[in-house]
Ligand binder design. Structure first.
Ligand SMILES: Cc1cc2nc3c(=O)[nH]c(=O)nc-3n(C[C@H](O)[C@H](O)[C@H](O)COP(=O)(O)OP(=O)(O)OC[C@H]3O[C@@H](n4cnc5c(N)ncnc54)[C@H](O)[C@@H]3O)c2cc1C
Length: 463
């Protein structure tokens, strides 16, 4: 396994990565991107084990509901890169099982690659979302055929791919790009039915980074996003050669959807679990700021917080149900329940704006206009700023100001905007979660229940 320092050094591998118009030669040394590298390096140190064949504890494949719960709880405490590495490995192993009967050689190749990746202790990011062009047209019917990643050349020893994968979390900070089709493919879309592992420093891979990381000199006013942030990578495959041993699917359009579907479950479980934490924090901020404002016993404030905590409880209940009702496969892998995972993730994403609306309503305008921490320390006005930010003897002005900064950071500034859009789009978007929920919901049972209630059970065998 690698230590944090070894991980930092491993990123200096000639990768072609850009940020705000400049090529970044040393990602770890960049003042903004380097913060994400530091978080990932902490993850390396945390799980480091010097034994020659050691595999990080975060990689453990759960075999029971209890182990699944342990993994979910553990992953709530790890950095995003560590988490997506685990989700990628789970995706690959799930996909290997699902393609085994048609493509046993490819399934074996996936398993061999996973074993090697675990031995090398590399971090993997997930390249699924294509540029997609005109959303109403199939990959092969686009004005530009490169709008979905495709194979442009086949050689004896591998393939050459071209295209772009967008919004890829932490792409520049990992070692391997798990590149898989964004959706199911149809007959004739063989060139788009490609799944493979690409090294971040492979010739032709170019990554453009974006981030919500705060740029203020004094990052104390951004207590959440200044400590942890994850850039997204706009990953371009400009005719990239991929050796055969890294190609898991090339053709077989009927199998293309398996990879994204295998990922969706693990991705949304992670999304749901982080939603549980964030919902709890939103309730906590609402209560703390109402107390600091002297309004915690006021009727309309209590009602809003009650609605918030009911939502937080329902989200937590879906996570619990997804774990408790997990499905255990023949080779003893515990999969979270699809319906509870997707319904919970959907409910959390769809109601995020309501939760934030209540918090903003409860908090007041100082969410946006609180003086900076440096202003509180200023010799001329600091004592006055603290005096008027205080609301009563027991509420210190600095304390209340810091609460406002955290609320602004989480919900109303660059990171707040990121949260608002990401909750809706990440994990395939609300639409994907609705489709999967519908797929796993027992509609026949619902119809039978309706018929029974209508005293029409004689029609039940027709549903
Ligand atoms: C911060 C962030 C991090 C992300 N991280 C990753 C990552 O690590 N890896 C990764 O692969 N992806 C990642 N994503 C991408 C995410 O999965 C996509 O944003 C999401 O799937 C939506 O795709 P899109 O952005 O292309 O939007 P679009 O597909 O353009 O969707 C916009 C709207 O159009 C609708 N729509 C699109 N096509 C059709 C159609 N044919 N018919 C009807 N309606 C349609 C959608 O339902 C949606 O309502 C991330 C996104 C964000 C915001």
């Amino acid at each position: 396994m690698m230590t944090g320092d070894q991980y930092r050094a491993s990123l200096n591998d000639g990768r072609e990565t850009y940020f705000e118009g400049h090529r970044i030669d040393d990602v770890a040394a960049d003042p903004i991107l380097g913060i994400t590298v530091d978080s990932a390096a902490e993850g390396y140190d945390r799980f480091y084990d010097p034994a020659p064949d050691a595999v990080g504890a975060f990689m453990k494949v759960p075999g029971t509901a209890e182990e699944l719960r342990e993994q979910v709880e553990l992953h709530e405490t790890v950095d995003l890169l560590t988490h997506v590495t685990y989700a990628s490995i789970m995706t690959l192993l799930t996909a290997a099982d699902r393609i085994e009967s048609t493509l046993p050689e490819n399934a074996a190749r996936i398993r061999a690659w996973v074993e090697d990746a675990q031995r090398r202790d590399v971090r993997i990011t997930q390249c699924i979302t294509d540029a997609k062009g005109d959303r109403s047209r199939r990959p092969g019917n686009q004005d530009d055929p490169d709008q979905f990643v495709r194979v442009v050349e086949r050689r004896d020893d591998g393939i050459v791919i071209r295209g772009a994968k967008l919004h890829i979390s932490a792409a520049s900070m990992g070692h391997e790009l798990m590149t898989i089709p964004t959706k199911s493919m149809k007959p004739g879309e063989d060139d788009y039915s490609v799944a493979c592992m690409v090294e971040v420093n492979a010739p032709g891979v170019k990554i453009i980074n974006t981030t919500y990381a705060p740029r203020h000199e004094d990052t104390r006013d951004f207590p959440i996003s200044s400590r942890h942030h994850t850039p997204e990578g706009f990953v371009i495959f400009d005719d990239v050669f991929v050796p055969t041993e890294r190609v898991f699917l090339d053709g077989n359009p009927e199998l293309a959807g398996i990879f994204a579907h295998s990922l969706g479950l693990w991705e949304r479980l992670g999304g749901l679990s982080s939603m549980v934490t964030k919902y709890e924090a939103l309730v906590g901020f609402a209560q703390l700021i109402s107390e600091a404002n002297g309004l915690e016993r006021t009727g309309h404030i209590k009602e809003k917080i009650s609605e918030m905590l009911i939502n937080a409880t329902l989200i937590r209940a879906t996570l619990e149900a997804a774990i408790e009702n997990c499905h255990i496969t023949a080779d003893r892998v515990a999969f979270p329940d699809e319906l509870y995972t997707n319904a919970g993730k959907y409910h959390g994403a769809a109601n995020w704006s309501l939760m934030v609306r209540h918090l903003h309503d409860i908090g007041g305008g100082a969410i946006l206009t609180s003086p900076g921490i440096a202003d509180l320390e200023n010799a001329q006005v600091g004592h006055l700023a603290r005096k008027y930010m205080s609301t009563m003897q027991s509420v210190d002005g600095s304390y209340r100001t810091r609460l406002f900064h955290a609320i602004r950071d989480l919900t109303a500034d660059a990171y707040g905007g990121w949260n608002a859009v990401t909750n809706i789009q990440a994990g395939g978007g609300l639409y994907a979660q609705r489709i999967v929920s519908r797929m796993h919901y027992d509609m026949d049972q619902a119809k039978r229940t309706a018929l029974a209630m209508a005293d029409m059970s004689e029609y039940a065998d027709q549903v």
